[in-house]
Design a protein around this ligand. Structure first.
Ligand SMILES: Cc1ncc(C[n+]2csc(CCOP(=O)(O)OP(=O)(O)O)c2C)c(N)n1
Length: 279
């Protein structure tokens, strides 16, 4: 019997998204207390966009089975994906507790084969090529599956990303949806200072034959509205303007928080900050 997939949401409940994202950020901070170098700031910057993809766009048959595909190309942002998969019941909480330990299955980057993980990423600049291959394969299979991929701006320093962008444009892959986490940081540097030719970004995707839109990547409703309104005849890039470390004032736009976990005192401040941002 053919499966019935729940359609993407026509309207998105922004208040519910805010509550979920607060919960996700808290959960990540809790886990960071057991792991010395958890990438919290990169996870916080793509949080709302990932929430919209999982809760507002991807079709599913039941809470644990998705019809569409998602790849976290910026692999160091995987805590975002892990906590969403936990909330959906796809990843066991016990595995989150064992994150980055020899006994667990979850490492600091996503590994294909783990529940809900479609591709191993972390070596930056490969996810868009993988997503293009997946989208093309789905077309050849005459499947109606959509492919969603989350990229960082740093990944667009890699030539492989632009090859993939051109291929997607050549093939007019209308089942490919790129979400760009444009926080302007790449490791310790700002793209606007070290890679000035990187901007403007939207126009570059348009030049490769994509439909591209730029929105505030932390405004879940705007992200959802933009993605739901895509015209659908070309690959689609949603350029989300974001803040690295979003939600915790002392982490926002401060490069060291790409790498380190907060200590006990910092953790307490971070939890307080989150409540303020979300109230
Ligand atoms: C090919 C490759 N080069 C270098 C690195 C090391 N590295 C890890 S994260 C990072 C930069 C992070 O910046 P960005 O990719 O923009 O992600 P975000 O700001 O969203 O964290 C780098 C250079 C890597 N993982 N892969």
């Amino acid at each position: 019997m053919a499966k019935t997939w729940q359609a993407p949401l026509a309207a998105f409940d922004a208040a519910a998204a805010r509550a979920r994202c607060l919960g996700y950020r808290r959960r990540i901070l809790d886990i960071s207390q057991r792991v010395g170098a958890l990438h919290a700031a990169p996870a916080f910057s793509c949080m709302e966009m990932a929430d919209v993809i999982y809760h507002g766009l991807m079709r599913r048959g039941n809470p644990t089975e998705f019809h569409d595909l998602f790849l976290m190309s910026k692999g160091h942002g995987c805590m975002t994906q892990y906590v969403i998969l936990e909330e959906l019941g796809i990843l066991a909480s016990a595995e989150l507790e064992r994150y980055c330990t020899a006994e667990g299955i979850l490492g600091a980057h996503p590994d294909r084969g783990n529940p809900g993980i479609e591709a191993s990423t972390g070596s930056l600049g490969h996810g868009l090529g993988i997503a293009v291959g997946m989208a093309y394969a789905e077309r050849l299979k005459r499947s109606d599956r959509q492919v969603y991929v989350m990229l960082s701006d740093g990944e667009l320093q890699e030539g492989s990303s632009w090859e993939a962008a051109m291929m997607a444009g050549n093939l007019r892959l209308d089942n490919l949806n790129l979400f760009l986490d444009l926080n302007d940081f790449s490791g310790l540097e700002r793209m606007s200072e070290t890679h000035t030719a990187f901007y403007p970004v939207r126009e570059k995707f348009e030049a490769f034959g994509w439909e591209a839109l730029a929105v505030n990547g932390h405004d879940a409703q705007a992200v959802h509205a933009a993605a739901a309104a895509r015209r659908g005849q070309r690959p689609f890039a949603l350029i989300g303007k974001t803040v690295k470390g979003r939600g915790v004032a002392f982490m926002e736009n401060v490069p060291i928080w790409h790498y380190r976990s907060p200590n006990k005192e910092e953790y307490a401040i971070a939890i307080r900050d989150l409540a303020e941002v979300s109230s």
